[in-house]
Design a protein around this ligand. Structure first.
Ligand code: DC
Length: 217
């Protein structure tokens, strides 16, 4: 099966671009961050101490996570329930970054990701897709943008939803999450040697999507 792997830090535009590219190619878009978010939600709701690695490893065995595709949208199913509406909060973002450092959590989710890619053509985004999950992917992209640009995009998104936001605070949270994702012991965020680096700071969404489609050809 064909696969495009897109990795990079939070807010670089991975999911927007991956959705567009997958639609154009008729591939399935797989958002792996959503799986880590569902795992984090599960732990938060069970009252697990997410900084206790042993407890997280143990609890992870009780989370049944799967995904479904409905009208081109990915739905994350946690123990039978679609949790898409509950995984995009700041609390879940931070907790996902923390629980994703635990080996048992990664093993379960990586297995699910590989199963998906074995049965269908995918555009998959995350942090370790090109390095660990799909090392044989035909095309690997490492997408970045400055933390200022990423914070500004996130700020505009929140304001558009009518939510209160403070750009400087968003930038700090983004940088903290990057640092944790880059420095963890298992499968840290890094560019695969054969990945193409795409800095999206000064590019429009369409320009980035076009660039990837050209590379795919
Ligand atoms: O892409 P995202 O912001 O939804 O991801 C949430 C967190 O999940 C991110 O901070 C790190 C973790 N993650 C990971 O460790 N590996 C992946 N392939 C995807 C996400």
């Amino acid at each position: 099966m064909a696969a495009i792997a897109i990795d990079g830090p939070a807010g670089a535009g991975k999911s927007t671009i991956a959705k567009l590219v997958s639609k154009r190619l008729g591939f399935i878009y797989v958002d792996t961050g959503a799986m880590y978010r569902a795992m984090a939600l599960f732990m938060l709701e069970r009252g697990t101490d997410i900084n206790d690695q042993k407890a997280v490893a143990e609890e992870a065995q009780h989370a049944q996570i799967s995904i479904r595709h409905e009208n081109g949208e990915q739905a994350v199913i946690l123990n039978g329930e679609n949790v898409n509406g509950r995984i995009r909060t700041q609390q879940v973002s931070d907790a996902a970054s923390t629980v994703s450092t635990v080996g048992e959590v990664r093993e379960r989710l990586v297995a699910l990701q590989r199963e998906l890619a074995a049965s269908t053509d995918v555009v998959m985004d995350g942090r370790d897709i090109g390095t660990v999950v799909l090392p044989d992917a035909k095309l690997k992209i490492f997408m970045t943008a400055s933390s200022e640009v990423r914070a500004h995009r996130r700020y505009l998104e929140l304001v558009e939803k009518g939510m209160e936001a403070e750009e400087e605070q968003i930038r700090r949270e983004i940088e903290e999450r990057d640092e944790r994702d880059r420095t963890r012991a298992i499968s840290p965020l890094r560019q695969a040697e054969d990945a193409v680096l795409l800095d999206t700071s000064d590019l429009s969404i369409d320009e980035v999507a076009e660039r990837i489609l050209e590379l795919w050809k």
